[in-house]
Design a protein around this ligand. Sequence first.
Ligand SMILES: [Zn+2]
Length: 244
Amino acid sequence: MFTETITGKHGNTETGTATEPHAITLLRRAVKRRGCTVEATRTGGVIIEWDIWDGGITPKRCTITLEPTAPVGNITKTVRADLAAIDARSGSYLVMEAEPEFRINVGRIRAGLHGVPPAATKRLIDRGLVGVGAPYSATSNGFLVETRVPVRVPLAARLAMLAADHRTRASAPAGYVRPADIGMTGTVGLNKPGRRAGMVYDRSSAASCTCRRWTGTYDGADEARRAARRHRQDATAAFVRALP
Ligand SMILES: [Zn+2]
């Protein structure tokens, strides 16, 4: 469940709640719409933005934010690995009851070859990082009956993981540098007052992402921050398009 806040073109806001299917519908619609951006937040939420041109000189910005009603909290490396394993397989399950021979499996999540021990499983469910479905019967080795419940990683946890994978940073511009340091030659910048004599101002700002698939150099810190945000929005849009 999410808290949904809609900010209209006049700055008016409306708040309500949104179920996960409703949130997915909103996101799918947003990525199909031209000029509409989506951005996952590290708290497991998402920001949807678009502009409305209604005859003024500048467009009016509209926003929908979705924030999980239960905070996702900090996702450690171990939790991240468990969630990724569960998320990667559609048939992941939690063992509720088993015959004595397999009692050791009770309380464990099985996600392919990956297993989550009972204590960690309980924490994932209590924190809402893993959702459970309706129980069903299966056999663990062909004849010993086991009661299982399907498990899945909810949208909020997946958004939080996505945002954690794409933490961008932009460096401040270098400022006044010696021309030779940025590959310039000749007598540029000689007539500046004080200690800046012989120096030129370098506005370029570098930006990069923890996913290691994106870097860039931009004209100024603002430009770098905007480009970093575009990268996070592109990564979120790709995630939404890949949702089953
Ligand atoms: Zn990235």
